[in-house]
Design a binder for this molecule. Structure first.
Ligand code: ATP
Ligand code: MG
Length: 283
């Protein structure tokens, strides 16, 4: 039987979340920091631990069937791979930033200026689309210190909280792209049964992450008001309680409007609300 290979980041911002996702899919493997390759004992899969920059090309060339990597890296390497699934972690944006004291106020002000970045391909396209002629200085790291050293007028770098920019006296100025970790596959791999199986497992873990299981008690008289607040995946279960006139309602609600929904439920008469994480949702 064929063994798939999935490439993930060896160490860095995406490593931990990638390992966690695969473990939550029920895959059993050792996460040795020292090894390049780790076999999965209960699925025909091997995990390759690589520098993130190498992942898109390994997948394009078929050395790995699948990969987990930031969209920013895929766009920069311009490879031909299939996007299989957005993964909801590693969120960040590629932004142009300028020193706080700088007079650059509009994109047009970047004409004739120099911009330091580790993303020359993406930045080059962005400038071209916006008819800006600027000097792109490609450097391999610590981009944020380059204006302070007089190496460039602006930078183009990944930002998540903006803390690094702030501590270097820089302000974000224009959004170039937003990014998150994605599952990519060799072109055509999405039609293979093993790949489909793995994607289904990943999707069931992601779905579960987005929802909570909620149990609450309510007086029968207030039940219709509660049900009106719970448009749920399917209709919620209503179970009679030993105490007359009371029922328990079981349902799932989306994580994103969790707190709003809970306070509305309380106002409508819900009591003893218990909220539980869900491990997997298989449709
Ligand atoms: P490697 O050693 O594997 O080449 P790296 O130093 O290039 O690692 P990391 O800094 O670990 O990369 O970032 C990996 C990915 O995490 C980025 O490509 C990006 O998609 C994502 N990311 C999320 N937030 C940020 C952030 N604030 N800064 C940089 N990358 C971020
Ligand atoms: Mg890298």
């Amino acid at each position: 039987m064929k063994t798939l290979k999935i490439a993930i980041q060896k160490s860095g911002r995406l490593n931990e979340k990638s390992v966690e996702l695969l473990k939550n899919c029920g895959l059993n493997f050792e996460n040795y920091k020292s090894s390049l390759i780790s076999p999965v004992s209960n699925f025909p899969l091997e995990i390759l631990f690589l520098r993130d920059d190498d992942i898109p090309e390994y997948v394009q060339d078929g050395i790995a069937d699948l990969g987990i990597v930031g969209e920013n890296v895929i766009r920069e390497t311009e490879v031909k791979v299939s996007y299989l699934q957005r993964l909801g972690f590693g969120k960040c944006s590629l932004k142009i930033a300028v020193p706080n004291t700088n007079e650059i106020e509009s994109l047009a002000d970047l004409n004739g200026k120099s911009i330091a970045t580790t993303y020359p391909v993406i930045l080059g396209k962005f400038l071209k689309e916006n008819n800006i002629t600027a000097d792109i200085r490609t450097i391999s790291g610590s981009v944020e210190i380059s204006p302070g050293l007089g190496l460039s007028d602006a930078i183009c770098d990944l930002v998540s909280t903006g803390g690094t920019l702030k501590s270097n006296g820089l302000k974000p100025f224009a959004d170039v792209m937003s990014s998150e970790a994605v599952l990519i596959g060799r072109a055509g791999s999405e039609d293979e049964d093993l790949v489909k199986e793995l994607i289904q497992r990943i999707q069931s873990v992601l779905r579960a992450k987005e929802t909570k299981y909620v149990v609450l008690n309510v007086l029968k008289d207030n039940l219709s008001a509660i049900l009106a607040l719970l448009p749920g995946v399917k209709s919620p279960s209503v179970i009679p309680l030993a105490e007359e006139n009371w029922v328990a309602v079981h349902t799932v609600i989306p994580e994103r409007d969790f707190w709003d929904r809970i306070s509305q439920l309380k106002q409508a008469g819900a009591q003893g609300i218990v909220v539980m994480p869900i491990e997997k949702i298989i449709l």
